[in-house]
Design a binder for this molecule. Structure first.
Ligand code: BES
Ligand code: ZN
Length: 462
């Protein structure tokens, strides 16, 4: 039996209660990176992590500043001759609105039916926490780790990682590693273990339409002054065709077509499209014609309005022409699209669609690159083997629709192979009310990582 299984598993079995208490303490910190009123909580979460990392014996632990929220770094580098792994996760979480749909408040964790509910339980605090316990289990039972590990926990992933590349650039000298492991993804439908091999990129923009210098009486001025809200509706309607295809000129120019072999890989996954409709509560799925749901999610770009506002939102009626109207719009990007180029195309198309009588401004809020890796790296094969041992099933390989800008950065800036090994259940309500992690996946995740360090030491032995 491997050391991981023989020594680490019994330790994990006896410390489950302490672990859950600690997990919940982490979840109580409302570390919402997007909202400036939570800047103090971001700091608290970073310090909390750093304190835990020091307590379990990690070294060089530091809360390292960026132009935004800090990066938390720590390492353990005493596995002489063994490979070095850079572990990435994020301690920030998404905003929690609409609050009224949460069964219990988002930062008051609740354990029920084998699930732990709270914002960040799955994405991504639970997955950071399971890494700390995998390390702790090794250090407490064996006094060592089988590999060298550098932990890198970001505080702005959910805000588009806007300061992360600059931090990486400034610190790259001290980040030498053989590969990066990211635990910020999850399992496939039915809770089948998965290794993620593709992520989409993102381009996030805000459109501001301005008209009169203040709200006007719609009787006195209606018919003579362009309405910014109507103008915004015209603009947004022109961004997509009715069938869901993006209507921005040039948008698809760099999109890499799916090969026959890739389409066969997607088809092999036998995805339950009706199940997706049921799970989300929509009457039917909707998307670009000619592709299956998994292909649209993993390999086709999108343009979505994420929010829009302007004018009167209160009770009853108020007859005005609003002075301004706004929308947040984002595009998911696939190989070989360029986020900046996509932004310029969207901005130009918005300008072309804007009716007379208003001004429009389109600003880029954040962007991040897509990533795509193979399945045949020895580190990926070792991960598959560990998932199979712990969860009793071999993993599927997924091209996911979400984005993790750091994944591309580790490849392009540090030249590292990246393994996306995450454990969240497929219906975890990430970014939604009542987000949860299952305790089975959390505990299995710790045991998988504990085995993985040992497996990597032999798979990548030099
Ligand atoms: N954990 C997700 C990424 C993810 C989602 C991976 C689904 C696999 C499947 C991550 O924390 C996330 O949500 N990222 C943001 C990034 C954005 C703000 C740049 C996203 O995808 O919206
Ligand atoms: Zn995440």
């Amino acid at each position: 039996m491997s050391d991981a299984a023989a020594a680490v598993d019994p330790y994990l079995d006896r410390t489950a209660r302490e672990r859950l208490e600690e997990y919940q303490a982490f979840l109580r910190i409302p570390s919402i990176s997007a909202l400036s009123e939570h800047a103090g909580d971001m700091r608290t979460a970073a310090e909390w992590l750093a304190e835990r990392m020091r307590a379990i014996g990690l070294e060089h632990v530091e809360v390292s500043p960026t132009a935004g929220h800090p990066v938390v770094y720590g390492d353990w580098l005493h596995a002489e001759g063994a490979p070095t792994v850079l572990v990435y996760g994020h301690y920030d979480v998404q905003p929690v609105d609409p609050l009224e749909l949460w069964v219990r408040p988002p930062f008051e964790p609740r354990i029920e039916d084998g699930r732990i509910y709270a914002r960040g339980a799955a994405d991504d605090k639970g997955q950071i926490h399971l890494h700390l316990w995998a390390a702790r289990a090794w250090l407490e039972t064996k006094g060592r780790l089988p590999v060298n590990v550098r932990y890198l926990f970001e505080g702005e992933e959910e805000s588009g990682s806007v300061n992360f590349d600059a931090w990486l650039q400034a610190n790259r000298q001290r980040l030498g590693a053989d590969l990066a492991v990211i635990s910020d993804s999850g399992f496939f439908q039915g809770n089948v273990p998965a290794i993620t091999i593709g992520l989409r990129g993102l381009m996030y923009a805000q459109i501001d339409v301005t008209g009169p210098s203040q709200d006007l009486h719609s009787g006195t001025y209606g018919g003579n002054v362009q309405n910014p809200a109507n103008a915004l509706a015209v603009i947004l309607a022109g961004l997509r065709d009715p069938d869901g295809t993006v209507a921005v000129p040039g948008f698809y120019d760099e999109v890499r077509a799916l090969s026959e072999a890739e389409r066969r890989e997607f088809a092999r996954l036998a995805f339950d499209e009706d199940g997706m409709a049921r799970e989300t509560g929509v009457p039917a799925l909707f998307g670009e014609p000619g592709f299956g749901a998994l292909e649209r999610r993993g390999a086709r770009p999108t343009l979505d309005v994420n929010g829009l506002w302007g004018g009167f939102q209160g009770e009853g009626s108020k007859t005005i022409i609003p002075a301004h109207a706004h929308a947040k719009v984002s595009c998911r990007l696939v190989p070989d699209m360029d986020p900046k180029r996509t932004f310029q195309r969207v901005r130009d198309h918005v300008a072309a669609l804007t009716p007379p009588g208003v001004r429009v401004e389109t600003q880029l809020i954040s962007d991040g690159l897509w990533s795509l890796t193979g399945i045949d790296h020895p580190a990926t094969r070792a991960a598959a083997q560990c998932l199979q041992e712990v969860f009793g099933q071999s993993p599927v390989y997924l091209r996911e629709g979400g984005s993790i800008p750091a994944a591309a950065s580790f490849g392009s800036m540090l030249g590292l192979p990246v393994v996306l090994l995450g454990f969240t259940p497929p219906d975890d309500h990430a970014h939604s009310p009542n987000e949860f992690m299952t305790l089975a996946n959390y505990e299995g995740g710790i045991r998988t990582i504990a085995r993985y360090w040992e497996a990597l030491a032999s798979a990548l032995a030099r």
